[in-house]
Design a protein around this ligand. Structure first.
Ligand code: GCB
Length: 630
């Protein structure tokens, strides 16, 4: 529990105590026996797949989850995973569960908002569904799970296939050997229990929605197949718009022997080339486009990229829609295609507008982007974990830039090597899924972590790992502290040294001081691009009163107006990211009538009603009246 005894710059004593209390009472469950999964398929949403979305039977395995975990903490393969039908009416009485007659939950979807009795349930739920399948010779089949919160244990036809830890990134389990012609079934136990050594850990300020929260499918591919690729504009030491025509990257062919040909075609850009894999199945390339329009907020141009390897029935062919652009930091500026930009953004949790629950449909994404466009935003921070891939797809099409982060939130067990290993898994999965999305301009490694040497070392290593995985994007993190003292705020967290762009969270006017204190604050900040990555105040939509009256829309506006005065005086601020677009569920927000289980810092209520502060940002962003690109 070292991480919880470390000193942490809490914004409010009450909040801090709440986190500590959660930490003491958490039960530590057995760690998942996670093996690095062999592969992770990218671009699954463009492949021809067999969708397993729809109704799945479910059974609740209430804590201590004795069907899933044996008393020694091991995962039990011989209970519900077998999906045997019990002799309920006759014969020897052998088992007391039955999926066939069990109720169903929709996949994708969290369980909490689908069934009232599961609303506050945190624990294990077993999912089961039948599916028909006709295996084809010389193919391999993967079960692709878009995300399941938090741990998953997967069986197909009674065989344990894989385990996965991490609630917000995709994973693939190979099921080729387990499938048979005709009827098959899959059983997935999902455990949403928070753990001290999990990422995130136990104390979070959002709702821990459990379940198979994203799309599930079966993906059949030839014996050698494209499982990963990176096609991007060459990222040299300098950028010149006139020369920006070279595309580079790699295509990885799983199972390929050295010398396997791979073709890359982008007809509209005049690209057509064939390259060969090395002994690791990786085919690096560098190719010149005859013409190339760069992706930007104003011109979100996407190209059809075609990749292919193999021939006849062993051909694997993929298409993707990819934009090409250059993002880099120069001194205190952020340059997109060589041009200094100012990010007019907002934070967003993956909370579905109107219906509430985890975002998982096209409709949810359409509603969120409707708000972003209405607000005149060009940027969104997807807090505090990777969101549904639909978000990046829509952002690519709409020209909205994205900050994407892993759920390394506040206190986690920074002293444990196994937690570092988990963090690198999650980072890998996030970058791998979205590295070909032009909209993603920043990877973030963490949010508001306690300032101490163990943490700093952990996150410095992680930031370097992110750069190793993707040398083309700046790395950031949201930092909290300093606190207001004598009109001064001095940011001296050494973690800033490891970052290209510094996310500065601060809540002057809400957790810290009075709104008007902001006017005279003198900030000392690193000479790097700074994004004010969280700031704001709570207001209950429809609650009106004086500008100094807490919880009113007027006070929320007042806080932001004073923030704007302060921000306009900080020369290296390159973006505004108010906390937060929409009110979101958080079980720790327990003031009746005002919060009712929601964090009310939204500019919009959970049922889609805009607060006054929304209109303030709409106008400010339209007029570009706060902040400068250089
Ligand atoms: C923060 C956290 C965010 C919280 C927010 C708040 O600093 O990063 O996750 O929800 O403050 O409302 O307190």
């Amino acid at each position: 529990m070292t991480s919880f005894s470390q000193s942490f710059p809490a914004k409010g004593i009450g909040r801090r105590n709440a986190l500590l209390a959660l930490a003491c009472c958490a039960i530590t469950l057995p760690a998942v026996a996670q093996q690095p999964l062999k592969t992770l398929l990218v671009d699954v949403d463009h492949r021809n797949v067999t969708s397993l979305d729809g109704n799945w039977h479910y059974l609740v395995d209430q804590p201590p989850a004795r069907a899933l975990y044996s008393p020694d903490g091991k995962v039990n393969d011989k209970t519900y995973a077998l999906n045997t039908h019990p002799n309920i009416d006759s014969g020897p009485h052998n088992a007391e569960y039955d999926f066939a007659t069990a109720p169903t939950l929709k996949v994708p979807g969290d369980w909490n908002t689908q069934e009232p009795t599961l609303f506050r349930y945190e624990g294990v739920i077993w999912y089961q569904r039948d599916f028909g399948f006709e295996p084809k010779p010389n193919t391999r089949t993967f079960l692709h799970i878009g995300a399941a919160n938090y741990k998953s244990f997967v069986w197909v036809n009674q065989k344990r296939i894989c385990d996965h830890e991490g609630g917000f990134t995709p994973f693939d389990c190979e099921v080729t050997a387990a499938l048979k012609p005709g009827n098959n079934f899959v059983v997935i136990a999902v455990d949403s229990t928070r753990e001290v050594d999990g990422i995130p850990s136990v104390g979070i300020d959002w709702f821990n929605y459990g379940g198979l929260t994203r799309d599930v499918s079966l993906v059949t591919v030839p014996m050698q197949f494209i499982d990963d690729y990176d096609v991007h504009l060459k990222h040299g030491s300098t950028f010149s718009a006139a020369d920006a025509k070279t595309l580079t990257g790699y295509v990885h062919v799983e199972g390929a022997t050295a010398g396997t040909p791979v073709t890359l075609r982008i007809p509209e850009a005049g690209v057509s080339t064939t390259v060969k894999t090395d002994a690791d199945g990786r085919a690096p390339f560098e190719v010149k486009a005859s013409k190339l329009e760069l992706w930007s907020h104003e011109t979100p141009k996407l190209y059809k990229v075609e990749l292919a390897t193999g021939s006849g029935d062993q051909q694997d062919k993929l298409t993707d829609d990819i934009g090409f652009r250059d993002i880099r930091v120069d001194g205190t500026r952020i340059l997109l295609n060589g041009k200094a930009i100012f990010l007019q953004g907002v934070n967003e949790h993956a909370e579905a507008p109107y219906r509430t629950g985890r975002v998982c449909t096209d409709e949810d994404v359409k509603n969120i982007f409707g708000f972003l466009k209405d607000m005149n935003a060009n940027f969104v921070r997807l807090a505090h974990y990777p969101h549904d891939e639909r978000m990046e797809r829509e952002a690519d099409r709409d020209g909205i830039m994205i900050w994407s982060e892993i759920p390394l939130w506040q206190h986690i067990s920074f002293d444990k090597p196994e937690v570092y290993a988990k963090a690198t898994f999650m980072l890998n999965e996030m970058i791998r899924r979205d590295r070909d999305k032009a909209s993603v301009i920043l990877w973030s490694v963490s949010n508001e972590t306690p300032n101490n040497p163990t943490r700093t070392q952990f996150l410095t290593n992680l930031a370097n790992e992110a750069r190793r995985l993707d040398p083309t994007r700046p790395i950031t993190s949201a930092i909290i502290g300093p606190h207001l003292k004598d009109n001064k705020m001095v940011e001296n967290d050494p973690l800033t040294n490891a970052l290209d762009v510094v996310g500065q969270n601060e809540y002057v006017g809400w957790y810290d001081g009075r709104p008007e204190d902001a006017d005279n604050i003198q900030w000392t900040l690193p000479q790097k691009p700074i994004l004010i990555s969280e700031f704001g105040a709570e207001a209950k939509q429809g609650n009106h009163g004086g500008k100094d009256q807490r919880w009113t829309e007027e006070q929320q506006v007042n806080v932001y107006q004073h923030q704007f005065i302060m921000i306009n005086k900080i020369p290296q601020v390159r973006g505004l990211i108010p906390w937060i677009l929409m009110d979101f569920r958080s079980p720790t927000r327990n003031i009746p009538k005002l919060q009712d289980g929601f964090n009310r810092k939204g500019l919009i209520s959970e049922d889609g009603k805009k607060k006054e502060a929304f209109y303030l940002f709409q106008k400010t962003y339209k007029e570009h009246s706060v902040g400068k690109a250089e």
